[in-house]
Design a protein around this ligand. Structure first.
Ligand SMILES: [Zn+2]
Length: 186
């Protein structure tokens, strides 16, 4: 409705303004730019790669042109047929083992997964937290092993350092629930 009404208003104003009429005429014949440059999923290396090019002047931006961040990652994945966030249920056909864990794909720093054992629903759902720093988690009920597979953009490794240096014994602020587990339990 809004667009329709404003178009009528512009047309009405154009009738009285030769200048505006000329503007409308030129913009009508200008070809719409068909080239939208965007990165392929494999070219996404840092967060800076997750900005759209924006829309060509005078056009309404599409999601592909204007989306940013994780939303953009999802769209770029869809174009290539890759389900970035992997909303499919986890592999429930077996128990995960340390040698062959159930993979949990994640584009974020940590990923929760709910275990109900094998066969599925053989125990109450137990939520496990896998993270980039501690990708492997084992269900305390049935022993199934899960491993997070990071599929998000690569970042500078030092970005996570926060100036703590490389001293292993330095106190590091817990970032995920997995970090609250004493190292001796791992
Ligand atoms: Zn379990």
């Amino acid at each position: 409705m809004f667009l329709q009404r404003s178009a009528v208003a512009v047309a009405r104003r154009a009738a009285f303004s030769p200048v505006l009429r000329r503007t409308l005429a030129t913009s009508a014949v200008r070809p719409t730019a068909p080239t939208t440059k965007f990165k392929r999923l494999s070219e996404v290396k840092t967060k800076d790669d997750l900005f759209g090019p924006g829309a060509a002047t005078g056009t309404v931006p599409t999601d592909l042109e204007q989306s940013t961040g994780l939303e953009r990652l999802e769209i770029l994945g869809k174009i290539e047929g890759i389900d970035v966030f992997d909303m499919k249920p986890l592999d429930a056909s077996r128990l995960g083992t340390l040698e062959d864990p159930i993979l949990v794909r994640s584009a974020g720093d940590e990923q929760y997964c709910g275990c109900t054992g094998f066969p599925a629903d053989s125990h109450e759902v137990i939520w496990l937290t896998t993270s980039r720093e501690r990708p492997v988690e084992r269900c305390p009920e049935c022993g199934s092993v899960y491993k997070m597979e990071y599929v998000g953009p690569e970042e500078d490794a030092h970005a996570h350092d926060h100036g703590h240096g490389h001293d292993e014994h330095a106190w590091v602020e817990p970032k995920t629930w997995a970090d609250h587990v004493k190292p001796s339990y791992w």
